[in-house]
Design a protein around this ligand. Structure first.
Ligand SMILES: N=c1c2ncn([C@@H]3O[C@H](COP(=O)(O)OP(=O)(O)OP(=O)(O)O)[C@@H](O)[C@H]3O)c2ncn1[C@@H]1O[C@H](COP(=O)(O)O)[C@@H](O)[C@H]1O
Length: 108
């Protein structure tokens, strides 16, 4: 994966305490966790609407908004994005084990 997300995560951590008049991240963070979570929900809905309209460009834009706001929410709880990637890796490992077990039982 490109370093885009980890670079953006670092920027978000730096901007959380910036001047809210100069920084969207600081402004949204200052409005509190419930507002950040609400924005994540809104962006998710907008991504779904774009997908259902088969609007590929719209889906790309809304997905970027969604990831951006999710990173702000994770930062607010001091959860590193790596923890999310670790969880995905763990699931891939679990499903890999399950697939191997299924293949072995098919062959038996
Ligand atoms: N990726 C983004 C990014 N994506 C979207 N946005 C902002 O997110 C906001 C979302 O738009 P909306 O219309 O949904 O929100 P709104 O009308 O401002 O707010 P509400 O009234 O709905 O709460 C817009 O103001 C966009 O400018 C972003 N703002 C910043 N970044 C990145 O974050 C970095 C830090 O930004 P600052 O904190 O502004 O320095 C920047 O360098 C960028 O890389």
């Amino acid at each position: 994966m490109r370093s885009t997300l980890s670079d953006l995560e670092k920027t978000i951590h730096q901007r959380r305490t910036a001047d809210p008049g100069q920084s969207y991240v600081a402004k949204l963070t200052g409005r509190g966790r419930a507002k950040i979570a609400q924005k994540v929900g809104e962006e998710a809905v907008e991504a779904v609407i774009a997908a259902m309209a088969a609007d590929r460009e719209g889906l790309i834009g809304e997905s970027a908004d969604l990831l951006f706001h999710l990173l702000i929410l994770l930062a607010d709880l001091d959860v590193p994005f790596d923890a999310v990637l670790d969880e995905l890796d763990r699931r891939e490992g679990v499903s890999g084990i399950a697939e191997k077990a299924a293949r072995a039982s098919d062959q038996a």
